[in-house]
Ligand binder design. Structure first.
Ligand code: PMP
Length: 392
């Protein structure tokens, strides 16, 4: 083998020695809560399809209708000819949702949440006179966006530290950036306090609501509405491939800021628009999320969450595992060492359940965990199955 490839082999071997090799498994059915993986049906506790909409018949039908009307590809970027009436309608609907919390909000959609975060941080932090204040636990896409941006950057772990950083900053544009729900922990960021700091220091507050959109707040309007926030300083980003069950993402904010992103943000300008059929299906998804069906599914999630915590608490106490408080259908079970988390995940796998071990660098060293996620299509019996399977 040429030395060129040997170097990769050596690095892969180093990862293997630290129990850091990940594998892709092959699914041959729709997702959550059961999925056929590598030919075997598994009970999943790892999907982000929180409301169980990813295989909802009304969405499958809407996608088919969309494909019939628009074809399967958009053919170009939004600014060329890829912006369909379905995208336009979806953006109008998301803007309507956002106006609960952001007066006069306008929204744009992007192909993925990862790209939306790159667009936000590079678009708003495009100059040296901007400063990004990023929470330490933020998602990788926000970290990567901050790395790409030309702005100054600082990382905070708690509000006092953020306040000191804001006070010391002379940047013309200040951007506080936080996940609304921390994706590996399930708890909410202190959004009210963050907004108060943004007000006090004339900053924008960018909130990544990937895991709150559709799940939290009245009618599933997400974390900002859940916390009762309202301000034109808010920039709301949400993903559409998790609770909304399809794919894509949106950014909603003051119209001048959205127009700026539309004109300048490279992750939306230099990429093909998502298929219009997806936007068509997403319109149906929003209808379900805000309607009775969404309410019912959110209620079920709440019941399941309480049942899960009740079952996990004695197990965690007996094994010395940590069971942090979660506000959402994401419940971590912190085991500690990578090998221990892997062994537990493998045991569950052998018992027909899929709960992957989350290891560094996704989480801090020594906090490897099972990240258990719930879906509204789970039944109480499924939780009992999980609890039983976790017993030695
Ligand atoms: N932000 C957070 C907090 C996420 O968890 C994720 C996805 N795991 C993303 C952004 C990226 O979203 P997408 O999957 O749509 O690229």
């Amino acid at each position: 083998m040429s030395a060129l490839f040997e170097r990769f082999q050596v690095r892969l071997a180093e990862r293997a020695a630290q129990d850091l090799i990940r594998t892709r498994r092959i699914a041959s059915s729709p997702t959550a809560p059961r999925q056929v993986i590598d030919g075997v049906e598994k009970l999943l506790f790892c999907s982000n399809d929180y409301l169980g909409l990813a295989d909802h018949p009304a969405l499958v039908q809407a996608l088919q209708e969309g494909a019939e009307r628009y074809g399967v590809g958009s053919g170009a970027s939004h600014l060329i000819s890829g912006h369909s009436e379905a995208h336009e309608a979806l953006e109008a609907e998301l803007a309507r949702w956002a106006r609960d919390c952001i007066p006069d909000a306008r929204a744009i959609t992007l192909c993925t949440g990862y790209m939306a975060n790159l667009a936000l941080l590079t678009g708003l932090g495009d100059r040296e006179d901007a400063q990004i204040f990023s929470e330490r636990l933020n998602h990788a896409s926000l970290i990567d966006g901050a790395r790409l941006a030309r702005a100054q950057k600082s990382v905070y772990t708690e509000l006092g530290e953020l306040e000191a950083q804001l006070r010391a900053s002379t940047a013309a544009t200040k951007l506080i950036v936080s996940d609304a729900v921390f994706s590996m922990d399930g708890h909410l960021a202190p959004l009210r306090e963050l907004l108060a700091l943004a007000e006090a220091h004339d900053a924008l507050l960018l909130v990544d609501d990937a895991h709150g959109f559709g799940v939290l707040g009245p009618r599933g309007r997400g974390s900002l509405a859940h916390c009762g926030l309202r301000s034109e300083r808010l920039v709301w980003m949400g993903t559409l491939g998790k609770a909304a069950g399809v794919a894509g993402a949106f950014i909603a904010a003051h119209p001048s800021l959205i127009e700026w992103l539309l004109q300048t943000a490279r992750p939306t300008i230099f990429t093909t628009a998502s298929p219009p059929a997806l936007a068509h299906a997403l319109l149906k998804s929003l209808e379900l999320i805000e309607g009775e069906e969404g309410e019912r599914r959110r209620d079920q999630l709440e019941l399941l969450r309480a049942h899960l915590v009740e079952g996990l608490a004695p197990l965690a106490a007996a094994h010395g595992w940590q069971l942090p408080h979660s506000d959402t259908p994401i419940q971590p079970l912190i085991v500690g060492e990578n090998a221990a988390a892997l062994a537990l995940s493998a045991r569950l796998d052998a018992r027909g359940l899929r709960v992957p071990a989350i290891r560094p660098p996704t989480v801090a060293v020594g906090t490897a965990r099972l990240r258990i996620t719930l879906c509204a299509d789970h039944q109480s019996d499924d939780i009992d199955t999980l609890i039983r399977a976790l017993q030695p």
